[in-house]
Write a protein that binds this ligand. Structure first.
Ligand code: ADP
Ligand code: MG
Length: 236
């Protein structure tokens, strides 16, 4: 459903992403891993449209979105959750999700948005916190809210950049279950993660970046054994 062909991005003289080609299949959970500075976040920003590619092509559901604005990509079904969660703190959890549901898809009626929000509250395990001010949640609930906000925009592919950062292992396991249930609800997932137990537990397939290039691709067990991958991690 997502296809990148030879995508590159340079910052000044720095080639942050160099000729990256990859695909995400419908229903798949794909992990992108690599050492610090490998270009993972840049790649995600190129997909969501926060950055525009210098060269290459980005297709989503058969359409060329290489030069589309971020909101157009979001409307087409590319959802994005952020590591740094910034809800409207005084508004309730439910109200925050209403904002996502109303603005994530053009032409959504209030009634349709309400339905989406109730479904997403259930899926994310936040139904019990629906009335709480979003600024008074625990870290794990913050992460749930950020995933729920992204889901409220009704994505077909969800992009996650280290959303588990800062969670304790038991909490991360909880978040892993949530991402699985998101996939089971019919949403594909592309995630960046530096916690290897999370990658092993979640990813159907792993793409490894180093110095902006894909150096390996395959199942977790395969890439973990790959000498190039080991060297990339040890060399930093
Ligand atoms: P990762 O997420 O894998 O840690 P990033 O994509 O954040 O890596 O960064 C890749 C490289 O690009 C790094 O060397 C980083 O310093 C550089 N970089 C990222 N964003 C910018 C920017 N906006 N301007 C200049 N350099 C950047
Ligand atoms: Mg990053």
């Amino acid at each position: 459903m997502l296809r990148l062909r030879g995508v590159s991005k340079t910052f000044g003289g720095l080639r942050a992403v160099q000729g990256v080609s990859l695909e995400v299949q419908p229903g798949e959970i794909l992990a992108v891993i690599g050492p610090n500075g490998a270009g993972k976040s840049t790649l995600l920003n190129l997909i969501s449209g926060l950055l525009s590619a210098d060269s290459g092509r980005i297709e989503f559901l058969g359409q060329d979105l290489t030069h589309a604005a971020p909101e157009v990509r979001a409307w087409r079904g590319l959802g994005r959750a952020f590591q740094i969660v910034q809800p409207f703190p005084e508004m309730s959890v439910r109200e925050n999700l209403m904002v996502g549901a109303l603005y994530g898809t053009p032409g959504t009626s209030v009634q349709a948005a309400r339905k989406v929000v109730e479904r997403v509250l259930e899926l994310s395990g936040l139904a019990g916190k629906a009335q709480h001010p979003a600024g008074e949640l625990s870290l794990l609930e913050d992460k749930r809210l950020e995933l729920a906000r992204a889901l409220a925009t009704q994505p077909k592919l969800l992009l996650l950049d280290e959303v588990m950062a800062g969670l304790r292992p038991a909490e991360a396991q909880d978040a892993v279950r949530l991402v699985r249930s998101i996939r089971d609800s019919g949403v594909s997932v592309l995630f960046i993660e530096h916690l290897m137990p999370v990658v092993r537990a979640l990813a159907d397939r792993v793409v490894v970046l180093d110095y902006g290039q894909v150096i390996a691709e395959g199942r977790y067990a395969e890439v973990a054994e790959n000498p190039k991958v080991r060297e990339a991690y040890l060399g930093r």
